[in-house]
Ligand binder design. Structure first.
Ligand code: NAP
Length: 544
């Protein structure tokens, strides 16, 4: 890894950042400009976060490249050329590496190192930081930029350690890649990762068996090699388009038809859905303005997608098994695929319906369901993540008075604005629970959080303040707003990772703030403009 300058690790940095994905990288850049001494710890051996770990075949972003990119550096956004409408993982990782070089970030990042503990020292008003390599240091501020989907989740299946063949998790894919040629491969899971990986693995494997518990709704990406006129139009209007994207609820510039799906007749509705299907990507959910609000409207979109599945998959019984039922489309993250349903027309692909016959055990040979046994050379777990809170809670975080974050979040995460937690001064989370994060273009949300935190720290510097902390009252109020926003939609009742449903024992709380990017950005800006309303700021003299 090229380092232009030797590391200049401060013994006592001002800020410790956990994670060198896009959030940690941009934050490091901004805080350096404030003159702060920053140490970043990163578990991987290079930058890139999600795009460093998720190297499974077919991994690709489902936000268009022209938008899934940083806006803070006008020269970068003009000079960087994306090769496809939706970039694949290697290209996004190369982009992250390019930024690390361009901004000379790596000299302040300690790789192959996890932060394991953060303990707040009330008297000294500093965080004591411990890493898994045995480093111990103290810093006034800490920032968890550890990503929302970082802690991989294996299924609770008896015998999982007994399988004699090779096992892989999509979120921890081997860097050297995997060649499945000639193999019998089993994939467990049918979420976004599986839906991208399955068509690619099917082209290699001798036979691919997909174990499906819950079918997902997937729409085609209709990816294409970057068109010069498309790229040119974006680059000519980047500032305006980026600003307009922030006026859309998910931070992605797309048209959202404000009409209700049930306010138009069947022919008009089908025409709109067909147009959206042909456009490709998540803008399908913008076909009508009330798809996530009104169950009847939602069902029209769900049934349209089921019709597509039935028209693509030739085996009628198989098509029915692939049709999602019983939950509203979009309330589990909608998937974007390239040839997913078509893959089931191949002779070397079969689907096992776990609703009819659940998995009993993983055996040395393969997988045993209540109905049959399947032998494999390789097993792929596409079983997701302990989302949003898993990685934060994996760190032993103790705030004021020694209270643990785990205890504070025992009934689900509670934050103020998804940025801070009462009782944990000077500890920030980027795209944390209680912020729009995973419901948005992550790059838009990351930039806004980093900018907000940077301004906050600059303000504290100017005031000579020692600490900032969310007040309990502001946090309680925000938790109410997050829940109320969720309850206005169809999301909370679906068993999704948004609500912690995929992890046994995890509190069932709808974690992201669904009030939309425009409202959220406005609230954060107002809070700062009103002298950090809802935060207690303590002066140096008050410390201890
Ligand atoms: P996921 O959406 O949580 O899907 C996990 C899958 O594993 C589900 O189908 C789940 O079934 C299944 N599963 C879990 N435990 C199981 C068990 N014991 N037995 C059988 N099946 C089991 O995880 P993911 O696909 O990795 O995606 C997570 C998120 O990452 C996405 O929602 C998206 O936000 C992001 N992502 C984005 C992209 C992109 O940008 N294109 C790509 C990949 C991922 P149940 O539904 O029945 O629990």
């Amino acid at each position: 890894m090229p380092d232009s300058l030797p590391p200049r690790h401060a013994a006592q940095p001002d800020v410790v950042i956990a994670g060198a994905g896009f959030a940690g990288m941009y934050l490091l850049h901004r805080l350096r400009a404030l003159g702060l001494r920053v140490r970043v710890f990163e578990a991987g051996h290079d930058v890139g976060g999600t795009w460093y770990w998720n190297r499974y075949p077919g991994a690709r972003c489902d936000v268009e490249s022209m938008q899934y990119s940083f806006s803070f550096d006008p020269e970068l956004q003009q000079s960087w050329n994306w090769s496809e409408r939706y970039a694949a993982q290697p290209e996004i990782l190369t982009y992250a590496q390019h930024i690390a070089e361009r901004l000379d970030l790596r000299r302040d990042i300690t790789f192959n190192t996890r932060v394991t503990a953060l303990h707040f020292d009330d008297a000294a008003q500093v965080w004591h930081v411990t890493t898994d390599t045995g480093e111990a240091l103290a810093a006034r501020f800490c920032v968890m930029s550890t990503g929302c989907l970082s802690t991989t989740k294996l299924p609770e299946i008896p015998g999982i350690q007994d399988f004699a063949g090779a096992t892989y998790h999509t979120g921890q894919w081997p860097h050297e890649g995997v060649d499945f040629t000639g193999q019998r491969v089993g994939v467990i899971g049918t979420g976004s990762s599986a839906i991208q990986a399955i068509p690619v693995i099917a082209q290699q494997a001798a036979h691919l068996t997909v174990f499906q518990r819950t079918p997902n709704f997937s729409v085609p990406a209709h990816n294409w090699p970057m068109r010069p006129e498309y790229e040119g139009a974006w680059k000519a209007e980047y500032p305006e388009r980026r600003a307009r994207a922030k006026q859309v609820r998910n931070g992605i510039l797309m048209s959202i038809n404000p009409e209700s799906a049930v306010a138009v007749d069947e022919a008009a509705r089908q025409k709109v859905y067909e147009e959206r299907w042909q456009m490709g990507g998540t803008q399908f959910m913008g076909a009508f303005g009330d798809l996530i609000l009104n169950r009847e409207s939602n069902e029209t979109a769900a049934e349209f997608v089921r019709g597509k599945i039935r028209s693509i998959v030739k085996d009628k019984a198989l098509a029915e098994l692939l049709c999602p039922q019983g939950y509203p489309i979009g309330t589990k993250r909608i998937c974007v695929d390239t040839g997913y349903y078509e893959t089931y027309n191949r002779g070397n692909v079969s689907l096992v319906d776990l609703r009819a016959a659940p998995i009993e055990a993983i055996t040395p040979q393969g997988v045993r369901t209540t109905a049959a046994e399947y032998a494999f050379d390789s097993l792929v777990f596409a079983t997701g993540f302990d989302a949003m809170t898993g990685t934060i809670l994996a760190v032993d975080i103790q705030g004021r008075g020694g209270q643990t974050l785990r205890a504070a979040w025992a009934e689900g995460p509670r934050t103020y604005l998804g940025l801070m937690v009462a009782g944990f001064p000077n500890l920030f989370t980027i795209t944390g629970p209680g912020s729009p994060s995973v419901l948005t273009n992550m790059l838009v949300s990351i930039e806004q959080h980093v900018d907000w935190i940077t301004t906050c720290l600059a303000t504290l510097q100017d005031r000579g303040a020692a600490s900032i902390e969310a007040t309990q009252a502001a946090q309680d109020d925000w938790a109410g707003q997050v829940a109320a926003a969720g309850n206005r939609t169809l999301y909370p009742n679906t068993a999704s990772w948004y609500a912690g449903a995929n992890v046994p024992g995890k509190p069932r709380v709808f974690m992201p703030y669904i009030g939309g990017v425009p409202a959220y950005h406005r609230i954060c800006a107002e809070v700062a403009a009103e002298g950090y309303r809802g935060f207690a700021i303590r002066a140096m003299a008050e410390a201890g």
